[in-house]
Design a protein around this ligand. Structure first.
Ligand SMILES: Nc1nc2c(c(=O)[nH]1)N[C@H]1C(S)=C(S)[C@@H](COP(=O)(O)OP(=O)(O)OC[C@H]3O[C@@H](n4cnc5c(=O)[nH]c(N)nc54)[C@H](O)[C@@H]3O)O[C@H]1N2
Ligand SMILES: Nc1nc2c(c(=O)[nH]1)N[C@H]1C(S)=C(S)[C@@H](COP(=O)(O)OP(=O)(O)OC[C@H]3O[C@@H](n4cnc5c(=O)[nH]c(N)nc54)[C@H](O)[C@@H]3O)O[C@H]1N2
Ligand SMILES: [Mo]
Length: 757
């Protein structure tokens, strides 16, 4: 808890189990929603109920009575909280004073209740009517010299129906500027994978976990960030399936886990060992590891063993020779040095891979958030292709997405680089000519604000200014804007770092009922494995003054585009009518949407590689090359450490639920730096020392974060880790994957220096 004396002690119990059950009860109590929250939890992920607002892992609908997890419960408790941010609250606190409060404090104030407008004369937010709020947005947008001077952000909790309408509104207005949380997240999957296998999504479904013979978990922390995933992993382990975890931090749930839903395990204090092999990789060392594994395959093949799927390679792929040459050119000593993994272990990993006739590789931010994130994802695709691990049960690539509908938002049009075919379709269905030029991704939109070319920012959910790199510079850029609009459930920093005009527009949340003139409506989401399901809120909205996100989009459009070709008024009330338009724009995957969604289990969107069909220009799955072994530009400075900014167990992105991180043994503090004891000692620091971190960069900008406590932790050599978003000031805006725009938040070159105080 904030203000508590920090404590650090190692956590040796399995993840999950009674600790998780206790944490669930605690958060319901803290938010004063024990009865309401527990009832709502019974509807979460159940047919007829709503989808968990936390992560994007599929729920095995109906198979378990309590298909939620500790962190889903936290997300719900914070949404269903009894606390409220009212007009009296804003009258009490100046914006400048709110700025001095922590992210945690802001979150704990509760749900937003009515629309507010910034009043510069008093430095307070003051109530505004919805009509006036929309009129203000319309006035600002219409006053722009060019629609490209506006940036329209989306965070991935937004449902399909809203995201689709938002994409149509913004395109009719005249820009493809869609900065998106996905740009900072799995964009390397969305941009890198299509060149490999023709689709920027995973090829695995939940059922595949039951047929896999080996599972690799690279660079993600399932026990915290996708806890529902622990169920299939535990089941796989019980079947004896080898699980290889690759991570610079030995995350607790990768080692041992007790299923909170398994009564026998809970009662007997039992647990399941999760990984059979833990690979303690250097930060950014995954490229070398993947290449090392491929090299083993080629060596064994050269020695006369048949370890490759020759039939698959011959029939389905292109580029084999070039890949072979690139891999064989890598030297073992360098592979070992760069990956930080010894050759014997790389060979063991390859052996596990060779013995399995159906392998799943899962990955997360530890792969995507590097300067070569997109091409790293392509190397995972290569490794799987070599043994034909697509289009058969139990095999495939499985990006573990973040926000619950981040994948869906992209599918229905939140895309700053739309295809011309899609734009043609929008034109044909809606009768206006959409803009053809590419728009801005998140990093480009911050750059446009810095340059002064962007004037208006509208945030559909999320906390943009806290999520982007280079915090101090991003704040300054945001403050130059003419108008900022935050469409949100909770007060956050993004509402306090604002433009000359600013609005906070509060919305009905995922767990709450949507009633319109046409009766009760529901929304839909697409999970990480391309299942589309309905989500129906069950709780009463937090305030009678809230609007739905969908209505907000429609009314922004109506206020901005008086001659619109789109029947916005209709979509406010009738979500089936929105789904019919989604079906019209995406007939190949969404035909008959309104009918198909009546199936309580939802439906699966077609993923062609599951049928061994490749929607690439040459019709093949392509082996692609990333020369060398480095996923980030090497830095010569011998003092350099690579910083990964990660999530604690008690946060959801920029939302801080508490100052504890149970599985890493940290209580009451988020300003810690996890460091390998030898790296610390080499630099002459004591365990527990207060230090500062400085970014090593050649752009002449000094970036420094003070007040960090050094904590010895079994990090791989050269790797340090600390919490996002506190350490975002260290991440240079220009430090991103050029293919996808994804900031390299897992590999910031830093040095530890003595604290100034
Ligand atoms: N409870 C909760 N759930 C969440 C979220 C949340 O904040 N809280 N966020 C949601 C979102 S938007 C997302 S994108 C996902 C994020 O889920 P994850 O992908 O799990 O995200 P992170 O915690 O940022 O980091 C993942 C892991 O990468 C490891 N890592 C760092 N650098 C490297 C590297 O170079 N190589 C390898 N192999 N590993 C590395 C870190 O040690 C860490 O364990 O979770 C989603 N679910
Ligand atoms: N250094 C560093 N930076 C990172 C990352 C990292 O690992 N390291 N991770 C990146 C990743 S993966 C992501 S996805 C981004 C996340 O970036 P965002 O998606 O922008 O951030 P969140 O913290 O998820 O947004 C939280 C806010 O969303 C609002 N909200 C919650 N629910 C709803 C809802 O139902 N409707 C609406 N309208 N609003 C709602 C609340 O007001 C809340 O304050 O950050 C990125 N930034
Ligand atoms: Mo994310």
């Amino acid at each position: 808890m904030a203000g508590e004396k920090p404590r650090y002690k190692s956590y040796n119990s399995p993840a999950g189990g009674w600790g998780a059950a206790a944490a669930t009860a605690k958060v319901l109590l803290e938010q004063s929603v024990v009865g309401k929250g527990s009832r709502a939890l019974l509807s979460m992920n159940q047919p007829g109920g709503f989808k968990c607002p936390s992560c994007a892992f599929p729920d095995a609908s109906c198979t378990k009575t309590l298909e939620f997890c500790e962190n889903g419960a936290k997300a719900l408790a914070h949404e269903a909280t009894k606390f409220r941010v009212t007009r009296e609250f804003f009258a009490q606190h100046k914006v400048t004073d709110l700025m001095a409060q922590s992210d945690y404090w802001l979150e704990m104030q509760g749900r937003l209740t009515e629309p507010m407008r910034y009043d510069a004369a008093t430095d307070h937010y003051v109530p505004v009517s919805w009509d006036d709020a929309f009129a203000l947005i319309g006035t600002h947008l219409r006053a722009l010299g060019d629609p490209k001077q506006a940036e329209f952000y989306t965070s991935g909790r937004t449902a399909n129906e809203t995201a689709f309408l938002y994409s149509i509104f913004v395109r009719e207005f005249g820009t493809n500027n869609f900065p998106d949380c996905s740009n900072m997240c799995h964009e390397p999957t969305s941009r890198g994978l299509p060149h490999s296998i023709g689709v920027g999504k995973g090829t695995v479904i939940l059922d595949d976990f039951e047929h896999a013979e080996a599972i690799f978990l690279i660079g993600h922390n399932a026990g915290t960030n996708a806890p529902r995933m622990m169920t299939p992993l535990v089941e796989a382990r019980k079947r004896g399936v080898p699980i290889v975890a690759v991570n610079p931090m030995p995350e607790r749930a990768l080692i041992k886990f007790t299923e909170p839903q398994d009564i026998v395990q809970m009662a007997t204090f039992g647990s399941t060992e999760i990984s059979s092999e833990f690979v303690h990789i250097a930060i950014g060392g995954d490229l070398a590891l993947l290449k090392g594994m491929m090299k083993v395959l080629f060596e064994r093949e050269a020695a006369g063993e048949a370890v490759l799927d020759h039939a698959f390679i011959a029939e389905h792929t292109a580029g084999y020779e070039a890949l072979h040459d690139d891999i064989m050119a890598q030297d073992w000593a360098e592979i070992v040095a760069v990956s930080g993994v010894d050759e014997a272990q790389i060979r063991r990993c390859a052996e596990i891979y060779i013995r399995s006739s159906a392998t799943i590789i899962c990955y997360g931010m530890g792969i995507t958030q590097h300067q070569e994130g997109s091409r790293l994802v392509q190397q995972i695709a290569n490794l799987l292709m070599l043994r034909g691990n697509y289009g058969k049960p139990g095999a495939g690539i499985s990006p573990i997405r973040g926000h619950s509908n981040v994948q869906g938002d992209r599918t229905v049009g939140i895309d700053e680089k739309p295809t011309q075919a899609y734009l043609d379709k929008v034109r044909d269905v809606f009768g206006f000519e959409p803009p053809r030029a590419e728009g801005h991704h998140s990093v480009e939109s911050v750059a446009a604000m810095q340059a002064g070319t962007a004037k208006v920012f509208i945030g559909m959910g999320g906390n943009f200014v806290r999520a982007v790199p280079d915090t101090d510079h991003a704040y300054a850029a945001m403050r130059k804007l003419k108008l900022t609009v935050g469409i949100a459930t909770k007060l956050n920093r993004g509402h306090l770092v604002h433009g000359q005009d600013a609005l906070i527009l509060p919305v009905v949340a995922r767990s709450e009922r949507i009633e319109t003139a046409k009766g009760e409506q529901f929304v839909t989401i697409e999970d990480s494995m391309s299942n589309v399901t309905a989500s129906r809120g069950v709780l009463k909205p937090a305030s009678e003054h809230l609007l739905t996100e969908t209505e907000i989009v429609c009314r922004m459009a109506m206020a901005t585009l008086p001659d619109s070709k789109v029947d916005w008024a209709r979509y406010i009330d009738d979500y089936d009518a929105i789904r019919d338009k989604i079906a019209a724009v995406y007939p190949a995957i969404y035909d008959g949407f309104s009918e198909r969604i009546k199936n309580p289990a939802g439906f699966h969107l077609d993923i062609p590689p599951r049928r061994r069909v490749w929607a690439t220009p040459n019709g093949k799955a392509n082996f692609l090359i990333l020369p060398g072994l480095h996923a980030n530009a090497p830095v010569a400075d011998p003092a350099m450490l690579r910083l990964a900014t990660v999530r604690s167990h008690d946060q959801f992105n920029t939302t801080v639920y508490s100052y504890n991180d149970r599985y890493r043994g940290v209580y009451g503090d988020r300003m810690v730096l996890f460091v390998n004891a030898e790296d610390r000692a080499d630099r002459g620091f004591e365990q527990g020392a207060r230090v500062a971190l400085e970014t090593i960069s050649d752009d002449g900008v000094a970036r420094r974060v003070e007040g960090l406590t050094l904590l010895d932790y079994p990090m791989s050599r050269g790797a340090v880790a600390g919490y996002y978003p506190e350490l975002n000031p260290l991440l240079p805006l220009a430090f991103y994957d050029k293919i996808s725009g994804c900031p390299a938040a897992k590999s910031i070159p830093v040095r530890i220096v003595a604290a100034a105080d």
